[in-house]
Design a protein around this ligand. Structure first.
Ligand code: SME
Length: 159
């Protein structure tokens, strides 16, 4: 059993602790699905205010649903479509305060209002995106973006 109780006083410390826990979880494990599944569970348990946390994988130039926590979601997303597809096509983090104002946003769960999508890149190539959704307006801050980029860097060599 893994029992990570991350109760940090501030966001930066929380992401530091989360990154340490993630490094421990994936250490020595080469299976990408197992590592994405545990990462999704850890993020879901640690970050407050989420209604979805998980991965879309780059499968032959299309995003395909990977391990996640939350409601059942759209399975395939073409590069360039929606928030995840924008992150995949540009290799840039997408931090969206209100998805209803994002052109082409794909509503997998009507409860989602804000979204953070971080590309996971290895040797210049997109492996997957980490996708976090929240029912709160502007849930994700610059600190969340920096913290999740750190998590994506750990995952880049683990998935
Ligand atoms: N809203 C996303 C689709 C994935 S779900 O949020 C799980 C998008 O626009 O890419």
């Amino acid at each position: 059993m893994y029992d990570f109780k991350i109760e940090a006083a501030d966001t930066a410390t929380m992401y530091y602790d989360l990154a340490s826990a993630l490094e421990g979880l994936v250490a020595g494990e080469p299976d990408a699905v197992a590592n994405m599944a545990n990462a999704a569970a850890l993020i879901w348990e640690t970050l407050p205010g989420l209604n979805w946390a998980g991965f879309y994988r780059n499968v032959g130039g299309e995003l395909v649903l990977g391990p996640f926590q939350g409601r059942a979601a759209c399975i395939r997303i073409p590069f360039g479509n929606g928030v995840c597809g924008a992150a995949a096509a540009s290799l840039q983090v997408q931090r969206v305060d209100d998805v209803h104002a994002f052109p082409g946003h794909i509503a997998c769960d009507s409860a989602s209002v804000s979204e953070l999508v971080v590309p996971i890149v290895r040797d210049g190539a997109l492996i997957a995106v980490l996708d976090l959704d929240s029912p709160m307006l502007a849930r994700f801050t610059q600190e969340d973006e920096v913290g999740c980029v750190g998590l994506a860097e750990i995952l880049a060599s683990a998935i």
